[in-house]
Design a protein around this ligand. Structure first.
Ligand SMILES: [Fe+2]
Length: 243
């Protein structure tokens, strides 16, 4: 039998200690106010395509999507909002990539290709997109032209799966609420899906984009050995026999 003093000691809680939430996964939300004046034009364009019968269910990806060819030279030439959105997405991705860490910090990069497509989400019963990722793109994003009001707060969320094994301490999924006129940008390998919008009376319209990054590792010397990008480039050319 323990003395009353010892029992109290055993029962006393040492407290929860300090919690470290390690390995968080970043997702960014970036405003693109310069796009707002083009929303009416984009909606008119999409309504026109819809009325022409362009959008067939699952014809191009899940649900109602255009082909992945928004940023063709012809569209870039013809439509100002296409040029603007591409420029805004590339600039946001370049800014985000400044936050890279480890070995990649020593590597210059080019965003050498961007593909984009439109996803229209209706309130139809079957619209319930599957989990997917956009690998091998590096960063992916959605620009929201329209985020309709809904009855339930979960409707229309962009859901992400935690890229780690499940544990009792963390959510396995997390949602980001799309904001009209904003881009939500995330690492392309993250599994994600848009939640359905069964109570919406308008379309949920997202322009989806993938940024493909070329890491300029052209020879073995690390960039950090060189004072400037120019001297690195000169050494890289020399190593390839080009002066
Ligand atoms: Fe996606």
């Amino acid at each position: 039998m323990s003395t009353p003093e010892v029992s109290r000691e055993l029962a006393a809680s040492p407290g929860p200690g300090e919690r470290f939430d390690i390995f968080p996964t970043p997702v960014w939300q970036v405003p693109a106010p310069a796009m707002l004046p083009f929303h009416a034009e984009i909606k008119t364009l999409l309504e026109g395509l819809w009325n022409q019968g362009y959008f067939e269910a699952h014809n191009s990806g899940y649900g109602y999507q255009t082909r992945e060819e928004i940023f063709t030279p012809a569209n870039l030439e013809r439509m100002e909002w296409v040029r603007l959105l591409k420029a805004q997405f590339v600039a946001a991705c370049a800014e985000i990539l400044r936050q890279r860490h480890g070995h990649s910090k020593a590597l210059p990069f080019d965003i050498y290709a961007v593909q984009g497509w439109v996803l229209i989400q209706t309130s139809e019963q079957w619209v319930d997109g599957p989990w997917h990722h956009h690998h091998p793109a590096t960063l992916s994003g959605c620009y929201y032209v329209q985020t309709p009001a809904t009855r339930e707060p979960w409707e229309g969320l962009l859901m992400f799966q935690r890229p780690e094994p499940a544990s009792v301490f963390n959510e396995t999924q997390a949602g980001v609420r799309p904001r009209e006129g904003h881009m939500t940008i995330f690492p392309s390998g993250l599994q994600h899906r848009p939640m359905p919008t069964p109570s919406a009376t308008q379309w949920r319209i997202a322009v989806c984009m993938d940024a493909f990054v070329h890491w300029n590792k052209r020879f073995e010397d690390p960039l950090s050995r060189y004072a400037t990008r120019e001297t690195y480039d000169a050494a890289a050319r020399q190593s390839l026999g080009k002066t």
